[in-house]
Design a binder for this molecule. Structure first.
Ligand SMILES: [Zn+2]
Length: 94
């Protein structure tokens, strides 16, 4: 029973974090008018080209005056962080 309780507690914590994250992201998608695009599978990951959906969308970011998408592959999230760090340092030197 101890194992079952542990799993249930972990599941609740995970789903709470996921829910908060999703709400913020959903609101952002709606405010940018790209929520329908994601729902209609019209979006791909900027880094690996995977089709973006609500479940695998990790982040969105502006690039060349367009909204780009990043999926939740670790490699893509890492690339996104590197890209942001690069842009931050560019701004720092500008
Ligand atoms: Zn990707």
């Amino acid at each position: 029973m101890f194992i079952n309780n542990g799993k249930a507690a972990k599941f609740m914590v995970d789903s709470k974090i996921k829910a908060v994250h999703d709400d913020d992201l959903m609101n952002l998608l709606i405010s940018l008018n790209i929520y329908d695009d994601v729902l209609n599978n019209n979006c791909t990951c900027y880094f690996c080209g995977a089709q973006i959906n609500i479940d695998n969308l990790a982040s969105i970011f502006p690039h060349d005056n367009e909204i780009m998408f990043c999926c939740d592959f670790k490699k893509c999230v890492f690339n996104l962080i590197s890209l942001r760090n690069k842009e931050d340092s560019t701004h720092a030197y500008a």
